[in-house]
Design a protein around this ligand. Sequence first.
Ligand SMILES: *Cc1c(COP(=O)(O)O)cnc(C)c1O
Length: 436
Amino acid sequence: MRFYSTNNPQNTVSVEEALFHSLPADKGLYMPTPLPHLGTDFFEKIAGQSLADIGFEISKALFSDEISTADLENLTHQAFPFDTPVVDLEPGKTSVLELFHGPSLAFKDVGARYMAALMSYYSGRNDKEVNILVATSGDTGGAVAMGFHNVPGVRVSILYPSGRVSDLQEKQLTTLGGNVQAFEVDGSFDDCQAIVKQAFVDTELNAHLSLSSANSINIFRLIPQGFYYVRAYGQVRKWGKPVVFSTPSGNFGNLSAGAMVQQMGLPVAHFVAATNLNHVVPSYIKTGVYTPKASIATISNAMDVGSPSNFVRLAHLYGNDFDHFKENVSGYFYDDDETRVGMKRIYDQFGYIACPHTAIGILGLQQYLLDRNIDYTGVALATAHPSKFKPLVEDVLGQSVHVPDRLASLASRSKISIRIPAQYEAFKESLLHTVL
Ligand SMILES: *Cc1c(COP(=O)(O)O)cnc(C)c1O
């Protein structure tokens, strides 16, 4: 397996290069080549397999020329001690794919933990320290912090927008200590992302530190996210109908991962790109014009992204062809009031408590099925556990929400962060100060 830049398909790099230097010099994004085709018999035998089993099988198809089967088996099982079950709301018609059974209670555990396992595999072989930089709009930070906490040879710096993440999300990134440092930025997620991007092209900084990204810019976050689409397909295939996935989206890593396994042969009839008011992709699908915007703060804050970095990948996977894109992806978006009403309706209708992001996914799915009037099996991705947004969910549903122990225990821990203005120089100085 090699990786090419979307800006220059002729130039390819190794797994290790794409893993540790996630941004190509030409400012494109890495994509895997050649994408293996998994074959129909693969999809026929997966019904009873866990996420780790499926992850291992696909990892072999992708990386067996680089990494031994025994090592791949080891690292996939290390990454996925939890599963991603499908829960039926209306059997055969509407289901949710629960991606929040990992340590940080959000789907980003899947990508972050697989990437951490791969990085620790390589850094153990090479004996070098890596500095991970990551910007988070909410859930990435927790998943990355927990995925990399105490991983030898890796230091993690997390940038998050001050006051724009929930209390528990903040605790997940600011209370671990050790090799994990949080930077609290007086600005938006887009500011955090811009600072990280600038760090990667800063030659002076790169001369001092070996920098790597754990954002969904890194293709190794996305590849394992494909595994759970396959896992879900294994669970809903029994209904014998075409399958549509609805993905609540912000930076569009999750949806790109789905499009990637579709290209590897997963029979996906259609995708729904469901967003909040940061709806540049649904607008693109409607108009054919792609116009990134400044991000708007919403109650589904992990999707507050005005300029999604993975749009380029998604467009690329559909041959940069608008009609082809549109045949495969529909867009729906919801404002905060609609999201609240939707959360309440989902609870009343199915007794299911959805976080605001998940609710947007379910709303998009239902709207799509209604608009097309088709008999498909719909799977909405449940991207976070509702207790991560406890005050909001309880306020909307008038119902108390159970907090799993691994999250509850964070509440009493104290936050440690370095507060910085939304300026690159301030970050750089502070990073060099903490790391060197
Ligand atoms: C990150 C996140 C999203 C958005 O995923 P992208 O891959 O950035 O599109 C949606 N929901 C939750 C809960 C998230 O943490």
